[in-house]
Structure formats: C-alpha cells, structure tokens
Design a binder for this molecule. Structure first.
Ligand code: AMP
Ligand code: MG
Length: 412
C-alpha cells in the first residue's frame, strides 16, 4: 500500500494549474494574480510635502535660532492638487500635505514649529535641507514590477493596483469543486429521520466549508443512494466541475460502488486506491476530462476521515490548481504533552491535537477519542499530529510534527 508522502506526490504530480480570467479589481480579493503589476509612473510622481507647513529655501533658514530667528514673507499658499507658485529669496509659501513643492523651495518646516504674524513667518530653528519633502520616485519608479504574478491578492495589493490604474486584472480562474454525497443511510439537513439507522450528513457541509476556506468554489451536486441508477444520474452532474469529491462508498463493501461508477460515467482513470494512513485509508484518487486536467477524490465516509483527507491531500491539490505557490498547511514541531499509544504501527496516523504556544514553544495535546467517526474531537483540535508508520508509542513531551489547519491561536 502507498505511503502518505508517495500518495501526496502522485496527487501533486498529476495536478495542473488552471488558466486565467479577467475580473474587476474590486472583485479580486483573495484571488491569485496572473499578471505582473507594473508602475505606470514614478511614485511619488513629483516632489511633495509630507506635512502641513511652509515651503522655504534652506539658505533662508540656515542658522535660525530663538535669539536670531529667520523672518520670511508669506507670499501665498499651495494645497494638494493646487497650481504652481514660486518661492524666491526671503519668502515662504504656506503648503499642505501632498502639495507640489514650489519652484525654488527645498525644505518644508511644519506648522507647529513656526509663528505667523500677519504675512510674516518667524522661524526659530534650523531644519536639515530637504526636511519633510517626499521626493519623486522615492517609493517606486515607472516600469518597476510592484507585484509579481502568483501573489495572493489582499487589500494592499488592491490598493497598489488601483494606484497604477488597473480597473480590471488577470487572476487564476475560479476552481469549481463538486461534492457528491453517497450512502443509502445519509440524509441532508432538514430531511426527517424516519428510522434509527439513518445518519445526518456532516461531510457535505464540512467539505463545503473546507473548499471555501481554501479559496475555491464548492458546488453541492446532491445525494446519491448506493445503487447504479442513482449514482449514474448524480455523477453526471459533475461534468462542469474541475474537481469532484465524493464521500462514502469507497471501502471494500458490496455497496461501495463509487470507484467503478466514476470510471463508467465520467471516465475517471484511477491513479491510486488506498493509502497506508489512518484515518482515510480507502481514499481513491484519479484524473478525468480532456487531457486529464480534472481531479477526482473518492473520500471515505467517516466524518473525521473526510476532513483529514481534505486537509492532507485535497487541499494541496486544489491550491496548486488555483496557482498558489504555497500549497501546504503550515507544519510545526510540538511537544506532545499527553503522549500517545496505539496497538499497531502499520500505518501513518494523523491524530487530532490542540496546539498552544507557551514561552515560544509549541505544546500539543490529543483532543479525545481518535475513532474516525468521532467528529467532536475535531471541534477542539487545531492541528493533526503525525504518528509515523512503525511507531506505536510517543512518550509524554516527545516532539512530533503537527500540520496546523487553524492558526487563530497564534493571535491569542
Ligand atoms: P462509507 O465510507 O460509505 O463506508 O461510510 C463510512 C461511515 O461514514 C459510515 O458509518 C457512514 O454512515 C458514515 N458516513 C458516510 N457518509 C457520511 C456523511 N456524509 N456524513 C456523515 N457520516 C457519513
Ligand atoms: Mg456508504
């Protein structure tokens, strides 16, 4: 059976990056930039004032002191967007933040440092030449690459793109990820429970949220019973998706039909089935569509297996498809306060842990029972501790690797 690392490599090797599309700048938040953003002009585009105050000639204030102040004649004012005036010997111009430095001036003295008596400006201290002037091109120069393609667009990227006049921008296409929920016993939210053997779905909606959190677009394709007719019909709804996720029906039971039917209905070519991991052993991975650019993940039905397989296998693939450079969740080393024991070491195991940071050191504790059906132990967890294949016992406070799926605790 494949090891997790081998499986992850196969998944990523078979994952192709999506094409580009054009969107309005204001709609580009959290998309991946697909073009380099260049400066359309120098910034600042002209020398301008960093303060409200007076534009002066350094020569005229040189040596000024309380005892021997410089006295200049105020000959006008200039505000941001205002028209040009000139500062000549012995004069000053009242200036506002962002206004063009008048011809002749080379220094700005802030309002708080001077006294004004009618049209006389009294300056009792010297300032260095060039003080409070933001010089042309100080931030960036025309033609310079300001943001490289492949960057995640956040608010500052949007601000820069607006300032270089980009009303629209090329980003990576939106990735459509379909979810088909399978199982005779599975009910959607709102459906009445009519027999004790029925199970309310959690996977449909935890996967929906995980897809959204990863930046892709989830599409609920429906609920299929474990029979050929229903699976054939519901699987056909997946044709417009880039990635298909199914939950349930991939084990070795007689009603585990998903693997065969994705191949019959959608032409999925299976690349692997089963990984030596816990939870999520019977996962299926394949490709489909023209040029095999679409992905298929058959995710086991147990609620924790579903979430774990998404975080450790599906998410890196969909991030790669969307053009992200960093596709993996952050991984840290933490001391496992609780220790961990298991009977068999034949598979790698992802254990649900809660990580905390104390004195710059990460500590993890197991959040409860580790059955792959126990979703409540995911509630308390923010990471998956890795128990390597071959290991049956982790002593208390030994270091383990943890894949973090939630880093909010770092803000606390
Ligand atoms: P399966 O992978 O179909 O063999 O299902 C394994 C276990 O997961 C069974 O106990 C199912 O009832 C349960 N299960 C399957 N699908 C879901 C789902 N969508 N939500 C919650 N539990 C599920
Ligand atoms: Mg089932």
């Amino acid at each position: 059976m494949l090891d997790y690392q081998e499986a992850l490599k196969l998944v990523l090797d078979n994952t192709k990056v999506l094409g580009n599309e054009k969107v309005f700048l204001a709609d580009s938040l959290f998309r991946i930039l697909a073009e380099d953003i260049l400066a359309d002009r120098d910034n600042p585009p002209f020398d301008n004032s960093g303060m409200d105050g007076f534009a002066v000639r350094y020569e005229d204030i040189k040596g000024a002191s309380k005892e021997n102040p410089a006295i200049l004649k105020i000959k006008g004012e200039i505000k941001a967007g205002g028209s040009q005036v000139e500062v000549t010997k012995g004069t000053a111009v009242s200036i506002y933040t962002g206004a063009v430095i008048p011809k002749g001036a080379d220094t700005v003295i802030q309002k708080e440092l001077v006294k004004v008596e009618e049209d006389r400006l009294i300056i009792s201290q010297e300032l260095p030449k060039g003080a409070n002037i933001r010089t042309k091109g100080d931030d960036y120069k025309k033609g310079q690459i300001l943001i490289e393609k492949g960057t995640l667009i956040r608010p500052p990227e949007i601000g820069i793109m607006a300032s270089v006049n980009k009303p629209t921008v090329y980003v990576k296409q939106k990735l459509k990820v379909g979810i088909l929920t399978t199982g005779d016993e599975i009910l959607d939210i709102g459906e009445p429970i009519t027999s004790p053997s029925q199970i309310r779905t959690s996977n449909t909606y935890s996967l929906y949220a995980q897809i959204k959190q990863a930046g892709a677009e989830p599409i609920i394709l429906g609920f299929a019973k474990d029979n050929p007719e229903d699976l054939t019909e519901k699987l056909s709804y997946a044709k417009t998706c880039d990635v298909l996720l199914t939950t349930g029906g991939v084990s070795v039971g007689e009603y585990d039909l998903v693997k065969d039917f994705v191949s019959k209905v959608l032409g999925v070519k299976t690349i692997f089935w089963k990984i030596a991991q816990k939870p999520g052993k019977p996962v299926v991975f394949g490709t489909w569509g023209t040029e095999n650019q679409k992905l298929f993940f058959g995710i086991p039905g147990n609620p924790v297996a579903s979430m774990v397989v998404f975080e450790t296998l599906v998410k890196p693939a969909i991030k790669k498809m969307m053009g992200f450079e960093k596709v993996h969740n952050p991984k840290i080393k933490a001391k496992l306060k609780t220790g961990y024991k298991r009977k068999k070491g034949d598979r790698l195991e992802f254990i649900r842990v809660k990580v905390e940071k104390t004195d710059n050191c990460f500590f993890a504790e197991v959040t409860g029972k580790q059955g792959s059906n126990i979703l409540t132990s995911m509630l308390k967890a923010n990471g998956l501790g890795i128990v390597p294949k071959g290991t049956t016992q982790i002593p208390k406070n030994a270091e383990i690797e943890v894949i973090l799926f939630d880093t909010y605790f770092l803000n606390e």
